[in-house]
Design a protein around this ligand. Structure first.
Ligand SMILES: [Fe+2]
Length: 295
């Protein structure tokens, strides 16, 4: 079957056919997927019943796999359900049971319902994320993706000038704090120190500019905090208008791959949280920091 990509979102997001992720990719297939990512920023692969090993092998084609360590500092006290090179964004504990309502890991993961770009809280943020749905509840939840290139393009000229050289501070402390989750140990706080990120990024392949935003962004260098927060809130509101958003409705064995440099995403809430949601993410590290970090 020939490889193909058909647009499924309003202005971006494509569905790929003709590639079996259980098998090693050849060079032509890797180039095809990379080019698809540069163009669409979100790619959907349906009916891909892969194992963890196959997901890792597929991910390896696109760069260095990021360790998930530090992504959810509250999980440190527990045994992992998945290996460290896979981020567990399911609602399950190490016994494969759905988290209790007050489980701190569950409360921390609620932050994934805020718009974000994966690993924007790391000095080197993520390039791609690849999320494989092994078990999904009936009726959701969807994941929504926002095209940050289109959002940048739609800014008025004076606003493009305003954002051009701004540097933001990103931290998990800020996104979780926004939900009132501030009850962290000193050790957890240590892993969540803010990092600096450029607000405007240029994609290395297609040269398009995009807004690099996330709910982790809590301040802008040299700005009063209150002014920075309302400015960032307005920008996120602008960037997530319906014309910039693709909502993915998950089916079991979907794999969705997105470019964190060009998109934001969030998972939605859903009814029936007692149902298992087993979704496993591999993350490809970016090339380096987006701006110079503090010494
Ligand atoms: Fe995420």
């Amino acid at each position: 079957m020939a490889m193909d990509i058909k647009q499924v979102g309003p202005a971006f997001a494509g569905e790929v056919t003709g590639i079996d992720l259980r098998l090693p990719l050849d060079a032509k297939q890797v180039v095809f997927v990379e080019a698809g990512m540069d163009e669409f920023a979100v790619l959907v692969f349906r009916n891909q019943p892969i194992t963890d090993a196959q997901q890792l092998e597929f991910s390896n084609n696109f760069g260095q796999i990021e360790s998930s360590e530090g992504g959810n500092p509250t999980s440190k006290l527990h045994n992992r359900r998945l290996r460290v090179d896979m981020a567990d964004v399911s609602n399950l504990n190490e016994k494969q049971e759905v988290f209790e309502r007050f489980d701190r890991r569950r409360l921390f993961n609620l932050g994934n319902r805020l718009w974000h770009s994966d690993s924007a809280f790391r000095a080197t943020p993520a390039k791609y994320s690849l999320l494989s749905a092994r078990h999904v509840p009936k009726n959701g939840p969807n994941t929504e993706y926002a095209d940050m290139r289109a959002a940048y393009d739609a800014l008025e000229g004076w606003m493009k000038e305003e954002v051009e050289d701004l540097i933001c501070e990103h931290s998990l402390m800020h996104s979780r704090g926004a939900l009132g989750f501030t009850d962290f140990s000193n050790e957890e706080l240590e892993t969540m120190k803010p990092v600096l990120q450029a607000l405007v990024r240029t994609h290395p392949a297609n040269r398009r500019k995009s807004l690099f935003l996330a709910s982790h962004a809590g301040s802008i260098l040299d700005w009063p905090v209150a002014e920075a927060r309302i400015f960032l809130r307005d920008l996120i509101e602008h960037a997530t208008q319906p014309q910039f958003v693709y909502a993915h409705r998950w089916a079991v064995n979907d794999l969705v791959m997105w470019d964190n440099r060009q998109t934001m995403h969030r998972v939605r809430g859903f009814r029936g949280e007692e149902q298992h949601r087993d979704v496993r993410r591999t993350t490809i590290a970016g090339d380096g920091p987006t701006t110079r970090q503090r010494a």
